[in-house]
Write a protein that binds this ligand. Structure first.
Ligand SMILES: N[C@@H](CCC(=O)N[C@@H](CS)C(=O)NCC(=O)O)C(=O)O
Length: 211
């Protein structure tokens, strides 16, 4: 595949980063945040609603058409070649990857990204300050999410066993940002299996290139 796929969305978005790591793993050429009709699209731009009914990113523009929703995009990219497969061949194992991708992109994203990280990234307090009450409110959910991930990677290298999968790609950018927040390193340290998992995945060339 020589024609680069185009990934609509800013490279700082966690879900965009998941797709970028997928492209790196698969060796698929890509262009990130391309101009669409002469304009680079930002959150909230009305043009995004032409690609996604809720105006969300990432969107993948291919020579055949457009795909939105991170897990669907990763599944498509994985089907393009046999390198570093991100879904197992077995139907049951594949369903587990879908299950974990959904759990992470819905519940863990809400707990870590929406409730905590976005308050640090786009503070809504007085004079642009971080609302510490919101951070405190978010903490139980973050700890719960870390506990869930910790249990999952306690006896395995990755979320769904010994092979990196789409589920890891959805999760990695969230944990990476979390660990880089003021209290994040301390929080992650409390979950040794998560800490080890993060160190392990950060050794991958694909992850190093994107994060
Ligand atoms: N379910 C979507 C979620 C995508 C999502 O929430 N993207 C965020 C960026 S990380 C977004 O577009 N935010 C802009 C907005 O909500 O207006 C997926 O899996 O791709």
């Amino acid at each position: 595949m020589d024609t680069p796929v185009k990934i609509v969305g800013p490279a700082f978005s966690t879900f965009v980063r998941s797709v970028l790591i997928a492209c790196e793993e698969k060796g698929i050429p890509y262009e990130v945040n391309p101009e669409v009709n002469g304009k680079k699209l930002s959150f909230g731009d009305k043009e995004l609603f032409d690609f996604h009914p809720y105006g969300k990113v990432p969107v993948l523009i291919t020579e055949f058409g457009n795909i939105s929703e991170t897990s669907s995009i990763i599944r498509y990219l994985d089907s393009l070649n046999d390198d570093n497969k991100l879904y197992p061949a077995d139907a049951f194992d594949k369903a587990l990857v879908d299950q974990w991708s959904a759990l992470i992109s819905v519940y863990i994203d809400q707990a870590i990204v929406r409730n905590l990280l976005l308050e640090y990234a786009f503070p809504k307090g007085e004079n642009g300050s971080v609302r510490m009450d919101k951070i405190q409110e978010a903490l139980p959910g973050v700890l719960k999410a870390l506990g869930i991930v910790n249990k999952q990677v306690e006896g395995a290298a990755f979320i769904c066993g010994e092979q990196l999968s789409a589920a890891d790609l959805v999760l990695i950018p969230m944990l990476d940002y979390l660990q880089k927040t003021p209290d994040g390193a301390g929080l992650v340290e409390g979950y040794p299996a998560v800490s080890g998992y993060l160190s392990r995945v950060r050794e991958r060339v694909s992850v190093r290139k994107v994060l």
